[in-house]
Ligand binder design. Structure first.
Ligand code: SF4
Length: 417
């Protein structure tokens, strides 16, 4: 790291001056000092682009204008508003954090970044951003964009995955903090630089206020920083997703509170497949799969779903009459089966490949028109205290799409409507 002392004094001044002239000033969550709105936007912006976040943020703030309204909402409603934004743990933490703020901080956000960082789902950088924007605190942020800017300006040859490197980045970010400068403008300037000038590929150095002091630019090696992460191959997991429908309604189940898509609504799935089925999936070159289950094996598979995965059996009292009827119908040997496309998605620690088994059941034996009219509407179901015990819903497609559903599953359902 060369000439650090002389660079430090210039750094903040240049960032702030540039932000005022050329930074972003009209984002939906700017021009407020309300820590609640700043916090919601910062959580939504983690791993998600501004253009994607904006409509979600506006809908969310309209429905939950303050921390009290969010704390009082059901997790179902929060997840439904988050549906499609991805990384759903953020929504669960947001909800849990709102409750903590109301219950233990009298509904007021703490001003100290260290106290903020102890709240659910708020990491060190997010805490600093809230403290700087809402309370003008002198706190350093360090998200992916800021790391890229620092790595380039100071030509940091650091292993991006080591904790020692992270400490160096944090020390540098803190040492660069200005003494008497507008903290919101400085913090926003760093974010704006990473988002609009110092892009991962083809940075626009001609518009960058740091071009005169940027060591990567001077060496003509901008894209060499930050050093590339060692590529790791994600392990594969195979599930079987089951789409049970009578042509009008679809069976949705609530996922467990922990793990992938926690607490969201999804299609039933079998997540521990027999080796023969995995072999059949891995050897399949085409998108459609030869049937891994014969019809006579389906009842066993369906029982396995309910018993092992959702801890319910069809006779339990908590299982709704409609869902029991669906399950009974899906166990009929003459039910029509069809394998649809594989659903594929990468998560942080694994890649999921899940063939989709469509199960078509007859509508009339299940529920005739008069019975269907008596079934609870979604509004009723979501407001019902009983829904927490109930693991499944038999819904019209438009009702299903109002639930908090993972993006991949939503796309499947939308494509089918
Ligand atoms: S000069 Fe280029 S590489 Fe250096 S910080 Fe600015 S945009 Fe990034």
């Amino acid at each position: 790291m060369k000439h650090l002392d002389s660079l430090q004094s210039d750094f903040a001044f240049k960032v702030v001056h540039w932000q005022r002239l050329a930074g972003r000033h009209k984002l939906a969550w700017q021009n407020t000092r309300d820590p609640y709105r700043i916090w919601v936007s910062e959580i939504m912006l983690q791993q998600t682009q501004v253009a994607t976040v904006t409509p979600y943020y506006e809908r969310f703030i309209k429905r939950f204008p303050d921390v009290h309204s969010l704390a009082q909402a059901s997790l179902d409603e929060v997840l439904a508003l988050w549906s499609g934004l991805g990384y759903y743990r953020r929504a669960k933490f947001l909800h849990a954090c709102a409750k903590t703020i109301v219950e233990t901080h009298e509904g007021r956000f703490p001003q100290d970044e260290k106290v903020l960082a102890e709240l659910p789902g708020i990491g060190r950088s997010t805490a600093a951003a809230i403290a700087a924007f809402a309370f003008q605190r002198r706190a350093a942020i360090l998200d992916g964009n800021v790391k890229r800017v620092l790595a380039r300006v100071f030509a940091l040859e650091l292993d991006p995955q080591s904790s020692k490197s992270l400490r160096v980045f944090w020390d540098l970010a803190e040492s660069l903090l200005p003494q008497d400068v507008d903290m919101p403008a400085y913090t926003q300037g760093l974010m704006d630089l990473g988002a609009t000038c110092c892009l991962q590929r083809k940075p626009i150095c001609t518009q960058c206020p740091l071009q005169g002091i940027c060591q990567a630019k001077q060496a003509g090696k901008q894209e060499a920083y930050p050093l590339a992460k060692a590529k790791k191959t994600l392990p594969l997991r195979h599930w079987l997703m089951v789409w049970i429908s009578d042509g009008e309604r679809v069976l949705m189940v609530r996922r467990p509170g922990q793990g992938i898509w926690a607490s969201m609504w999804s299609l039933p799935s079998i997540e521990a497949l027999p080796d023969t089925v995995v072999k059949s999936i891995t050897e399949s070159n085409s998108k459609s799969l030869s049937a891994p289950f014969h019809n006579k094996e389906l009842p066993v598979a369906m029982h396995q779903i309910w018993r092992d995965r959702y801890h319910v059996s069809i006779n339990q009292e908590t299982f709704s009459a409609q869902s029991a009827a669906v399950l009974h119908a899906s166990l009929k040997p003459k039910v029509k089966l069809e394998y649809a496309l594989n659903l594929e998605q990468s998560f942080t620690h694994f890649r999921l490949v899940a063939p989709l088994l469509r199960v078509f059941i007859e509508r009339e034996p299940l529920s005739n028109k008069a019975d269907r009219a008596k079934e609870p509407s979604l509004a009723y179901a979501l407001n019902s205290a009983a829904i927490g015990q109930q693991q499944s819903l038999w819904l019209r497609m438009d009702e299903a799409l109002e639930l908090g559903i993972p993006r991949a599953i939503r796309k499947l359902l939308e494509d089918a409507t």
